[in-house]
Write a protein that binds this ligand. Structure first.
Ligand SMILES: [Zn+2]
Ligand SMILES: [Zn+2]
Length: 93
């Protein structure tokens, strides 16, 4: 995704002013995408197309190699949550 811009308006990436919100990183359809500060403000539902964490619902997902990790709760998407009581019950012999 080097040299990519905003997934919504195509604006090239830049370092936002300190007072501005940062670019939002997310994952959409298995691709890392960026949303510029302006689109986050001016487009309601700008994050609707982003994938969400299976565990906490956050769109703050990070794509690394072939894994999508939630930066809000640390959950790796598409894996079994072994701390889930339902899963623990299924894993019992
Ligand atoms: Zn934009
Ligand atoms: Zn999460």
């Amino acid at each position: 995704m080097q040299g990519a811009g905003c997934v919504l308006c195509g604006r090239p990436t830049y370092d936002p002013d300190k007072r501005e919100r940062p670019w939002a990183r997310g994952v959409s359809g298995g691709r890392q995408v960026l949303t510029c500060p302006q689109c986050q403000v001016t487009r309601p539902g700008w994050d609707a197309s982003l994938d969400r964490c299976e565990s906490c619902g956050s769109t703050r997902l990070s794509l690394t190699l072939d894994e999508v990790t939630c930066r809000a709760c640390g959950r790796i998407q598409g894996t079994v949550d072994v701390t889930d009581p339902v899963v623990q019950h299924l894993l019992e012999p």
